[in-house]
Design a protein around this ligand. Structure first.
Ligand code: CO8
Length: 264
């Protein structure tokens, strides 16, 4: 399938079972317009539905930006009623977070601002280039985050930094983002894609049902209370204990060989 605003590749070995999705509007710093949303919904839907694909990486084309935000030129004259009726902002979370149970990583190669920072935070984790910059500058446009920035950034870096970033629009560089817990790891700009694909391939080599289960558990910590999260963890663990991959994984360990996964 071909797309207007993104490219999608299924990676060959040694990055087998990994889907690479690239935001491809470098002339607009990969700003997120309605077509990008439609393309990403289709691409993530295809990734989720393909049993041969087990981890995905999302990055931005060009040397400068992951995504410099929602497309200001598209939104400038849009009536408030259209924002409400399209539910543009909610569809990102419903299709890229809620509907995607398999893991995916954001490889942030430059500016991740406004909706771009929010999109990166929808990933299971972020690997950043040393040139990455994160920010929620919407206040400078007379608005505020609309795709989860005020909520996910605050959970990731705490109230003080999130509040300062939202109120001043200041950007956080990659080193500060790593110190603050926003990104899992910072790597050199040149090695970003390779590191992200290598990490994705390592995840894709894990027992697939256990990968989904681990993701679900960690997300429960974001979305529920500790008591509820602990119940989710125990129940999922108990389900995994009955899986064929659990029997295979433990037998493989004892027999000192690699496990052969069935994904169930
Ligand atoms: N939307 C549309 N086009 C953009 C965007 C964007 N978010 N960001 C950059 N571009 C375009 C520029 O207009 C420019 O196009 P052109 O060459 O045709 O003039 C091209 O990309 C290159 O950008 P710059 O020339 O500005 O590049 P610089 O290196 O000088 O600056 C910056 C890079 C600092 C990243 C700068 O482009 C910038 O500040 N961009 C906007 C960042 C921003 O404010 N993001 C938040 C957007 S709002 C949002 O995400 C939440 C929804 C808010 C609703 C708003 C309703 C009105």
């Amino acid at each position: 399938m071909s797309y207007e605003t993104i490219t999608v590749e299924q990676r060959p070995e040694p990055h087998g079972a990994v889907t690479l999705i690239t935001l491809n509007r470098p002339q607009a710093l990969n700003a997120l317009n309605s077509q990008v949303l439609e393309d990403l919904i289709a691409a993530f839907g295809a990734y989720e539905a393909d049993p041969g694909q087990l981890c995905a990486v999302l990055t931005g084309a060009g040397d400068k930006a992951f995504a410099a935000g929602a497309d200001i030129k598209e939104m400038a004259d849009k009536p408030a009623a259209d924002f409400y009726l399209d539910d543009f902002f909610a569809r990102w979370t419903s299709h890229l977070v809620k509907a995607v149970r398999k893991p995916w990583i954001a490889a942030v190669n430059g500016f991740a601002l406004g909706g771009g920072c929010e999109l990166a935070m929808m990933a299971d984790f972020i690997i950043a280039s040393e040139k990455a910059k994160f920010g929620q500058p919407e206040i400078k446009l007379g608005v505020a985050p609309g795709m989860g920035g005020s909520q996910r950034l605050t959970r990731a870096v705490g109230k003080a930094k999130a509040m300062e970033m939202c109120l001043t629009g200041r950007m956080m560089d990659a080193a500060e983002a790593e110190r603050s817990g926003l990104v899992a790891r910072v790597v050199s700009h040149e090695s970003l894609l390779d590191e992200a694909l290598r990490t994705a391939a390592a995840i894709a080599a894990m027992p697939p049902m256990a990968a989904i289960a681990n993701k679900e558990m960690v997300n429960a910590a974001f979305e529920t209370t500790l008591d509820q999260g602990l119940i989710v963890e125990r129940r999922i663990f108990q389900i995994l204990a009955a899986s064929e991959d659990k029997a295979e994984g433990m037998a493989a360990f004892i027999e000192k060989r690699e496990g052969q996964w069935k994904g169930r």
